[in-house]
Design a protein around this ligand. Structure first.
Ligand code: SF4
Length: 389
């Protein structure tokens, strides 16, 4: 059986480029200063191979699942953000860690690696629109309001891995925890053993989906703090009564999937199983057959029987790779339009070649470095996650 993969159609919005801002407080970063090889250079693969060989064990290349195939072929290990940060920490002899992913992931790798190791992000404009939706000043202002209301002592902050080091540091300073999409339920359970409320950053959907679908809370227990409205757009009574205070952030990729996408694929493909990431909207997750992290999605598709049909609601590079790896199963993208993570996609082969060749030349390009105080408290919140029962 040959692959049944059909490429979704392009849309203008899907190709919208994020990450071109110059705001130094922005997770999106700035344009890359490098003198990049042309994307049409026929020697790019040979150049990357030669530079990587010249560096040998001095370099370790991490590739997130949402990266392009042209980059993934040079990854020493692939995984989700947390797995990759741990892989970096497990390679103390690698002088350089090239992180093919986005900015917050490279920050986490810098926090978890040793002082002699340097983390490189091939394109500084590879940020994350979700992480960008929670800026430290906004979060501290919200916390000040909770303090004025007299509820801050009842609240445990929890931040998703997909947040800046600043936010992880805030959470560590306030005795909270980091979570991933795999351990969000365990993190919330831990938090509710220590406080009556959780302040969940920055992904409202992961927070709501976990609280309601896995913890038995109701939608009425959850309120949405909008940093662009006075008092978050909430009354003191709403804040006092809430169990989950969700930050108004979301993933611009997973937020695209709608209930219509689910209904449409069920009509078109009888017997299809809908498998989505918990960063999708609540109604989409409710309508799906299975929900799970990127690693869960990969395992579910690997284990699926031949001949089964799957509509998958996550980033397109990963779904395409899974479809091509399993030609005996019908694996399709949940939406009919293209849905790359545009910032993840900024890391391409020319940027990787440039980074490797700079290292060979003795220069460290695009080093990601978290200041010592932020790193110390972010590490507290990350270590707390590692210690979750
Ligand atoms: S897929 Fe979403 S959460 Fe992941 S890096 Fe892209 S914008 Fe951020």
């Amino acid at each position: 059986m040959t692959s049944t993969w059909t490429e979704p159609s392009n849309t203008a919005t899907a190709l919208l480029l994020l990450g071109r801002g110059t705001d130094p407080a922005s997770e999106r970063g700035v344009d890359c200063p490098g003198d990049l090889p042309a994307a049409s250079d026929p020697d790019l693969v040979a150049r990357a191979t030669a530079a990587k060989a010249a560096l040998g064990d001095r370099v370790f290349v991490l590739g997130h699942h949402y990266q392009r195939d042209e980059v993934i072929q040079f990854a020493d290990v692939t995984g989700d953000s947390f797995k990759l940060a741990r892989e970096a920490a497990a390679r103390p002899d690698a002088e350089f860690i090239i992180f093919c992913g986005v900015h917050f992931m490279a920050e986490s790798a810098d926090i978890l690696t040793g002082p002699g190791q340097r983390v490189v992000l091939p394109d500084l404009a590879a940020g994350c629109s979700m992480a960008d939706m929670a800026v430290l000043g906004q979060v501290e202002a919200a916390w000040d309001e909770f303090t004025d209301l007299g509820i801050a002592d009842d609240i445990v902050p929890v931040t998703y891995m997909n947040s800046s080091a600043d936010i992880k540091g805030f959470v560590g300073r306030n005795e909270g925890v980091v979570c991933t999409s795999s351990n969000a339920k365990r993190a919330l359970t831990w938090a509710f053993e220590r406080g009556q409320k959780v302040f969940f950053l920055p992904d409202q959907h992961l927070g709501r989906n976990t609280a309601v679908l896995e913890m038995g809370l109701t939608l009425d227990d959850c309120v949405l703090w909008d940093p662009h409205k006075p008092h978050g757009g909430l009354t003191p009574e709403q804040l006092r009564e809430a169990k989950m205070i969700l930050w108004r952030g979301h993933c611009s990729v997973h937020g695209r999937f709608t209930l219509d996408s689910v209904r449409e694929v069920r009509e078109r493909v009888p017997g299809v199983r809908v498998l989505v990431h918990p960063e999708c909207r609540h109604e989409v997750v409710r309508a799906a057959d299975e929900v799970g992290s990127t690693e869960y999605i990969i395992k579910a598709l690997d284990a699926a029987p031949a001949g089964s049909s799957w509509a998958v609601g996550t980033e397109l590079n990963l779904v395409r790779r899974m479809a091509l790896a399993h030609p005996d199963k019908q694996i399709m993208f949940l939406d009919r339009a293209v849905c790359y993570c545009s910032t993840m996609n900024r890391i391409d082969l020319p940027h990787l070649v440039w980074s490797l060749e700079e290292l060979v030349a003795g220069r460290v390009p695009n080093q990601i470095s978290v200041d010592a105080d932020t790193a110390k408290y972010a590490r507290v919140a990350l270590d707390q996650m590692l210690a979750l029962p």
